[in-house]
Design a protein around this ligand. Structure first.
Ligand code: NAI
Length: 341
C-alpha cells in the first residue's frame, strides 16, 4: 500500500469568529483521516499587534512554499486604515479567479429551492486595483483597469470549468453600454474565448438587468462570468438564494496558488460566543480537499454536512437551530462515521 500523503497547508485563522470556525473545520478534517500539516499565521489586527505589520513576511513565505491556504475572515477597517488583507493576498499571489458555487443545502428553506449556480469573478482588476486619488479637495477618482490578458484568462477559466464539469452555459455580465472601453474589452475577450468552446453556450447580460433576472428566475443561469466589482456584489446577492453568507464557500485561484476562504466577515457581534456557523468555511475546505485530490474525503464531508442539515437537529442559530459551533461540529464528525468511505 502506498503511504498516505501529508499535505502542508497555510492556515490563517483570522479575527472575530475566524479562530472558532477554523478550529471547527480542522476538527472535521482531522476526522476524515486526511493528513494535513498546518502552518498557522496571524494576519490583520492580531498580526499588527504582535509584529507591527498586517501580513507578516513569514505568511507570504509560507504560502510561497505550500501554495495552498485556508483562511478565516479578517476584520478590515472601512473608509481608511490598512488595505484589505484579502485584496492584498489576491494581488500578491495573482489569484485571478474567485470561484463561488451557489447550491442549496437540504433542510434550509429559502425562496429559491434547487439553485445550482457557479460564480466566476475576476479578482485582480477593475476598480479593485486600488488606484484612487483625491484630485482636489472634494473631488476623488478611482481608476478601472481592464486588460486583455486578465479578461481572457478569467473567461478561459469559466469555459474550462464548464467543459470539465459538464456545465451548459456561460453568461458574461457587463455594463458595456456605458463603459464601452473597459467592459467593451471584457466582452471582446469573452466572445473570443467562447468561440473555442462550441459545446458551451454563451450569452451576455447587462449587470443591472442581471440583478432583476436573478431575483425573478435564477434558474436561467448556469455560470456567471463577472468583472471584479459586479462579481463582488452579485455573488452576495446569489448567496441569499441558498441561505446567506454563513453558508457559501469561496476559493481564490491562480495558476499555482489557491486560497480557500469563507465569504462572510469576522462577525464581531457573535465572536467568542460559540454561536458562529462554520459551514461556509467547511464548504471552502471541501473545495480545498478537491484541489488537493482528496476527492473521497471531500465527498464524505459533503455527505456528512448534508446529513446534518437534512436532520436539522444540530444546526446553529443563524439557520434556525439552537446549537452552538461545537455541537454542530460534533454532529458533523458523528455523521462522518455513518458515511460510507
Ligand atoms: P459579517 O459577515 O462579519 O457579518 C454580517 C452578519 O452576519 C452579522 O450579523 C454576523 O453575526 C452574521 N454572520 C456572519 N458570518 C456568520 C457565521 N459564520 N455564522 C453566523 N453568523 C454569521 O459582515 P460585516 O459585519 O459587514 O463585517 C465585519 C468585518 O468583517 C468587517 O471588518 C469586514 O471588513 C470584515 N469582512 C471580512 C471578510 C473576509 O475576511 N473575507 C469578508 C467580509 C467582511
Amino acid at each position: 500500500m502506498t503511504p498516505q500523503k501529508t499535505h502542508t497547508v497555510t492556515l490563517i485563522p483570522g479575527d472575530g469568529i475566524g479562530p472558532e470556525v477554523t478550529q471547527a473545520v480542522i476538527r472535521i478534517l482531522n476526522a476524515t483521516g486526511v493528513k494535513i500539516e498546518w502552518e498557522r499565521y496571524a494576519a490583520g489586527a492580531e498580526a499588527f499587534e504582535k509584529f507591527k505589520t498586517y501580513i507578516p513576511a513569514d505568511l507570504y513565505d509560507s504560502i510561497d512554499r505550500t501554495r495552498v491556504a485556508l483562511k478565516g475572515p479578517v476584520t478590515t477597517p472601512v473608509g481608511g486604515g490598512f488595505s484589505s488583507i484579502n485584496v492584498t493576498l489576491r494581488k500578491k499571489f495573482d489569484l485571478y479567479a474567485n470561484f463561488r458555487p451557489i447550491k442549496n443545502l437540504p433542510g434550509i428553506k429559502t425562496n429559491y429551492p434547487g439553485v445550482d449556480l457557479i460564480i466566476v469573478r475576476e479578482n485582480t482588476e477593475g476598480l479593485y486595483v486600488g488606484l484612487e486619488q483625491e484630485i482636489v479637495p472634494g473631488v476623488a477618482t478611482a481608476l478601472k483597469v481592464v486588460t486583455e490578458k486578465g479578461s481572457t484568462r478569467i473567461a478561459r477559466f469559466a469555459f474550462e470549468y464548464a467543459r470539465q464539469h459538464d456545465r451548459k452555459k456561460v453568461h458574461c455580465i457587463h455594463k458595456a453600454n456605458i463603459m464601452k472601453m473597459t467592459d467593451g474589452l471584457i466582452l471582446r475577450c469573452s466572445r473570443k474565448v467562447a468561440e473555442e468552446y462550441p459545446n458551451v453556450a454563451y450569452a451576455e447580460h447587462i449587470v443591472d438587468n442581471t440583478c432583476m433576472q436573478l431575483v425573478t428566475n435564477p434558474y436561467q443561469y448556469d455560470i456567471l462570468l463577472l468583472e471584479n466589482l459586479y462579481g463582488d456584489i452579485v455573488s452576495d446577492l446569489c448567496a441569499a438564494f441558498v441561505g446567506g453568507l454563513g453558508l457559501v464557500p469561496g476559493a481564490n485561484l491562480g495558476e499555482s496558488t489557491a486560497i480557500f476562504e469563507a465569504v462572510h466577515g469576522s462577525a464581531p457581534d457573535i465572536a467568542g460566543k460559540n454561536l458562529a456557523n462554520p459551514t461556509a468555511l467547511l464548504q471552502s475546505a471541501i473545495l480545498m480537499l478537491r484541489h488537493l485530490d482528496e476527492t473521497e474525503a471531500a465527498d464524505r464531508v459533503q455527505a456528512a454536512l448534508e446529513k446534518v442539515y437534512a436532520e436539522k437537529t444540530a444546526l446553529t442559530r443563524d439557520v434556525g437551530g439552537s446549537s452552538g459551533t461545537s455541537a454542530f461540529t460534533d454532529a458533523i464528525i458523528a455523521a462522518l462515521e455513518t458515511v460510507p468511505a
